[in-house]
Design a binder for this molecule. Sequence first.
Ligand SMILES: Cc1cc2nc3c(=O)[nH]c(=O)nc-3n(C[C@H](O)[C@H](O)[C@H](O)COP(=O)(O)O)c2cc1C
Length: 342
Amino acid sequence: MTDFIHKRKTEHIELSLKEEALGKGVTTGFDHYRFVHNALPEINFNHIDLFANFFGYSLKTPFLISSMTGGAELAETINRHLAIAAEERGWIFALGSTRVMTESEKYRSSFQIKRFAPSIPVVANIGAVQLNYGMTGEQCLRILEWTEADAFVLHLNSIQEIIQPEGDKDFSNLLPKIEKLVRQLPVPVGVKEVGFGIDSSVAKKLTDAGIRFIDVAGAGGTSWSQIEKLRSNEKIKKQAAEAFASWGNPTAECLIDVGEALPNQLMLASGGIRTGLDAAKAIALGASHVGFARGVLKDAITSEEAVLEWMEVRELELQMAMFGTGARSIQTLKESSRLKKV
Ligand SMILES: Cc1cc2nc3c(=O)[nH]c(=O)nc-3n(C[C@H](O)[C@H](O)[C@H](O)COP(=O)(O)O)c2cc1C
């Protein structure tokens, strides 16, 4: 089973870099928004502050590396590069699914990145559906011990599981199990999608279940029906996946929908975020933190220096958007009235 997961992880990394890994005919929705330029910002660029807070952690930026990987040799290298860079720049680091840790010791070290990133929050991850397939609260506690993670996130990936050859398809009765897990774990528990988005009705149920943060992980970037289509040898599934290339709620729409319904819920944005300008729009639409996955992957394979450079560009883009709108802090950007629908 673990070698099987190991192979799958490696394939996911390789395939997600392909152009076909992106959804087709769907965008994040950020292209429908534009900041009205402020020619007289009345702030000193050098005083722009990207400071953000995440469950008691003071961070230099509102950015996170979204959950990607672990449990394979290549994943170990990727996670090390990402963790070292995230520590230096003050980004949150979210691990890929940590389920494999409970099945074998073999690749456990690929998730044990706290040694490279002692001062930033690390988030552990499993598929919520695993709660229907034998994953217990005790195992999640063990994952927290092994990873020394500061938060735990459950991913919802229903459509992916259908096309995935070995997919787990029973998503029934998960909410009470999520609620139980929230009470069992000593760290904040959040929920994310993997690129098809979370709408306000689901977000409300999760919030009522005690979920402390929601990463909408919307459409417009990586598409997991596309990736599983590329992996699959099953003719029927490959054809059906094609119809879902444009599936999902665009990230910008999710932010508006969830933000309006649940103004007090901590909302994270991810899904197709490419630049710090996209991130600025996400923040102005209500996100408190913004995550990148596929966008950093190529550099994460290369070196920590490549990741650091990539991060600096994203930070500068965000600072420029803040300068261009006259927002000195993330909070001011969040409250900005300069984001217009076009
Ligand atoms: C190679 C790769 C592996 C991923 N693995 C996971 C995972 O294990 N758990 C998870 O919650 N999301 C996973 N994701 C989904 C991302 O966290 C993110 O939600 C999604 O890719 C959308 O962001 P993007 O458009 O910036 O890639 C993965 C993404 C990539 C590219």
